[in-house]
Ligand binder design. Structure first.
Ligand code: C2E
Ligand code: CA
Ligand code: CA
Length: 706
């Protein structure tokens, strides 16, 4: 007698095959049926169990081999399902029909919901009619459904209530989903949003860029981030940072793009405000000193143009201020600014450096000193004409010093220094005039060459030392870390601070070797100072932009970590804004990798570069170090104060840490605390000091204030 093998989850059941037919074969091969049981007719209205699998025996609470021949009704659980199942079985027997239905029944291990199928076996070798009963416990399935439902609810609540916008685009860049936040932001019904491309709605100039980004994401299958400015139906402007992520179909093809956007309108507003305050002088509307530095740098290093730098100073401006009052003085400065703007061409540049000092940059394309001279004479004449302010007719004179790039100097600092010394010379010679820089005016160059030669040997001769300046958390009244600052014990000139040699080191490339030495020394110190520390005591190290290009910075950092057993979380890397403004992919990659290793990345001298501050989304930045010029100006200058508040708000908005440097007075420290910046570094707390001194001060709690 051959038998059908019925695969069930738990067991194999053999049944007589003579009568089963196709139907049985089909059903029996369905492995989702767990309970299989063969029921046979007996006395009128009586049904016996002919065979069953393990799961069925378990349901009925009996051993498998004890069940055969017992009454079905005797064994089926005694609850309301028993009558139902009995009726269905009798019906099936009588009419020879296949039946499917659901019951709830109590099992020893609780109530279960079951899908039951009754299949009549039309004839049987035993001469009595039989029914194959297949039952499946669907409780688990229902539980899973419920779980899925509740999971779905959780996600839906999150998606519906997140302030972020979530939108899905299909392969044709058409919107196929939008969450509530997006709909709210657009102020349009959803029907008008779906099916549209970004260009169709909301449209506007930046949507071209956005749509291209979506297409790139679809094509390359890589996530991208874009910053967008757009207007909603009420015409209010929004700025969003959107992350586009490709979504794949089951076949693994890119089917759509999910766009998750964060409204950064606030951040953008603060960014603009900080940018304006940090780059323009409010009185004259002219660019300020910081922007001037940046522009000069840009003109000579990036454009490589021939430039004349003119430093201009009003003669005896104090007299006007003192005799006619500051408000007249202010108007005069404003009007002078107007004339200076009139003087420069489109390719020139004028900035107010502060007080009555201005700087002018003019292109010297023809390299013709006679023309330049005439042009400056023209400027003198223009400014010599009287200014009418209220009832006063004011006449002024100015002194100007001029330095030429590249003839006189090749760096920003040199040019400024040389133009300044030319200006000084003019003043000493009686003011009201101008003069060109003459080499005789400074003796700087030879000294510079000497230093350069000595610097080459300084590392090997161990003339270098790191000083450390503590950083104080004023909320917790604790020293939380320090900054490593380089010192050079020059045998000829004594102890030198970096201002005297870092630029030489950068120009000559010595900075690479120097930088490695600094990092190695600082890492070794960090290992010592973090011994047995719960919280990392971070040592900040200054990195020069030169170290990032054409040099395997990451490799040397990793080597130093391995050599010193230093952990990245003990080190903070201070970089300057100008490095980020360059935006080389090499720099970005290195910074990302350093950040991924666990280093903290801080922007040094924050606020001094002429920057649009839009690098925050592209670079991994943890901390802003507010430049000391802002901190120190704050007591006298309301513009600086506004700017400081702007920077603090920006940092909070971006969830970036803040450190104020150059804190010299209690008043500055208190003010900083009051606007939300409690970490400070500066002479008020401590000057930079040798490692041993710092250890001593830390051990004796000398650095915390009352
Ligand atoms: P920085 O990174 O802005 O460092 C802070 C400078 O401000 C230090 O000058 C410090 O002595 C000074 N300072 C600290 N507190 C106060 C204060 O309350 N008032 C005032 N007026 N100044 C304060 P330092 O040590 O002369 O360093 C000058 C610059 O040299 C540094 O400016 C940094 O840009 C650079 N530098 C220092 N060490 C290194 C280094 O190892 N590598 C590189 N690449 N650059 C370095
Ligand atoms: Ca620094
Ligand atoms: Ca700094």
């Amino acid at each position: 007698m051959s038998a059908y093998k019925i695969n069930t989850f738990n067991s194999l059941l053999s049944i007589d095959n003579t009568s089963a037919g196709d139907l049985l074969e089909f059903e029996a091969n369905d492995p989702t049926y767990e309970i299989v049981c063969l029921v046979e007719e007996g006395e009128p209205s009586e049904l016996y169990l002919a065979d069953m699998n393990y799961a069925a025996a378990k349901l009925m609470g009996i051993a498998q081999d004890m069940a055969v021949g017992r009454s079905f009704f005797e064994l089926w659980p005694l609850d309301e399902s028993r009558v139902l199942v009995a009726n269905k079985l009798l019906h099936c027997l009588e009419h020879g029909e296949t039946l499917c239905f659901q019951v709830h029944t109590g099992l020893p291990d609780g109530r279960h919901a079951m899908d039951i199928s009754l299949i009549p076996l039309l004839s049987s070798c035993v001469g009595r009619r039989r029914i194959l009963m297949l039952a499946r416990d669907i409780a688990e399935q229902r539980r899973q459904c419920r779980q899925l439902d509740s999971l779905e609810r959780v996600y839906r609540t999150a998606v519906d209530n997140t302030p972020d916008t979530i939108v899905r685009y299909d392969r044709n860049c058409r919107r196929i989903y939008a969450n509530r936040s997006f709909i709210r932001m657009c102020r349009r019904p959803i029907s008008e949003l779906l099916g549209k491309t970004p260009l169709e709605y909301p449209g506007g100039p930046s949507m071209n860029k956005y749509q291209r980004a979506i297409q790139t994401c679809l094509r390359r299958g890589e996530a991208v981030e874009v910053e967008l400015r757009w207007r909603n139906s009420n015409d209010s402007e929004h700025c969003s940072l959107v992350r586009l992520t490709p979504e794949h179909s089951e076949q693994g093809e890119i089917a759509s793009v999910l766009a998750v956007g964060r409204d950064i309108t606030n951040v953008e507003y603060l960014r603009k405000q900080v940018h304006h305050l940090s780059n323009f002088d409010t009185l004259s509307g002219l660019p300020n000193r910081d922007q001037f530095y940046y522009r000069l740098h840009e003109m000579i290093t990036i454009a490589g143009a021939r430039v004349a730098l003119i430093m201009l100073d009003l003669d005896r401006f104090r007299v006007i201020n003192d005799s006619l009052g500051h408000s007249i003085g202010d108007v005069l400065l404003h009007d002078i600014s107007g004339r200076l703007l009139e003087y420069i061409n489109d390719d020139g540049f004028v900035a107010r450096l502060g007080g009555d000092e201005f700087a002018i940059l003019v292109m010297d394309n023809d390299n013709n000193s006679k023309m330049l001279k005439e042009s400056v004479q023209g400027l003198m004449a223009l400014l010599a004409q009287p200014f009418q302010i209220d009832e006063h007719e004011l006449r002024i004179s100015v002194s100007m010093g001029i330095a030429l790039y590249p003839d006189d100097g090749s760096s920003v600092n040199e040019l400024i220094k040389f133009a300044d010394s030319a200006l000084h010379h003019v003043k000493e010679c009686g003011r009201n005039g101008f003069g060109f820089y003459d080499r005789g005016l400074t003796i700087g160059l030879t000294e510079r060459m000497l230093l350069e030669g000595e610097l080459h040997k300084a590392v090997q001769r161990t003339e270098l030392e790191l000083y450390y300046q503590p950083k104080i958390d004023r909320l917790r009244n604790r020293v939380i870390g320090c900054e490593a600052l380089l010192r050079w014990h020059n045998p000829r000139r004594g102890l030198l601070t970096p201002d005297n040699f870092i630029s030489i080191a950068e120009e000559t490339g010595i900075i690479l070797e120097l930088g490695e030495w600094v990092l190695r020394t600082a890492c070794a110190a960090a290992v010592l100072w973090n011994h047995n520390k719960m919280e990392p005591f971070k040592v900040a190290v200054n990195l020069s932009a030169r170290q990032f290009v054409g040099h395997d910075l990451l490799g040397s950092v990793q080597r130093i970590l391995a050599e010193t057993c230093c952990r990245p979380e003990w080190i903070e890397l201070e970089i300057t804004e100008s490095l980020l403004l360059d935006d080389r992919s090499e720099t970005r990659k290195t910074l990302d990798e350093l950040h991924a290793l666990g280093f903290t990345i801080a922007i040094d001298d924050f606020g001094t570069a002429y920057s649009a501050l839009n690098y925050f989304s592209r670079f991994p930045i943890d901390v802003l170090k507010i430049d000391r010029s802002f901190v120190q100006g704050v007591e006298q200058d309301s513009q600086r104060e506004k700017l400081l508040r702007g920077i603090v708000a920006l940092a909070h908005c971006l969830e970036i840490g803040l450190v104020a440097e150059g804190v010299e007075t209690q008043c500055q420290a208190d003010y900083l605390c009051s606007i939300g910046c409690h970490i400070g570094q500066g002479y008020l707390f401590a000057r930079p000091m040798p490692a041993l001194d710092l250890e001593f001060s830390l051990a004796h709690d000398q650095l915390v204030l009352s």
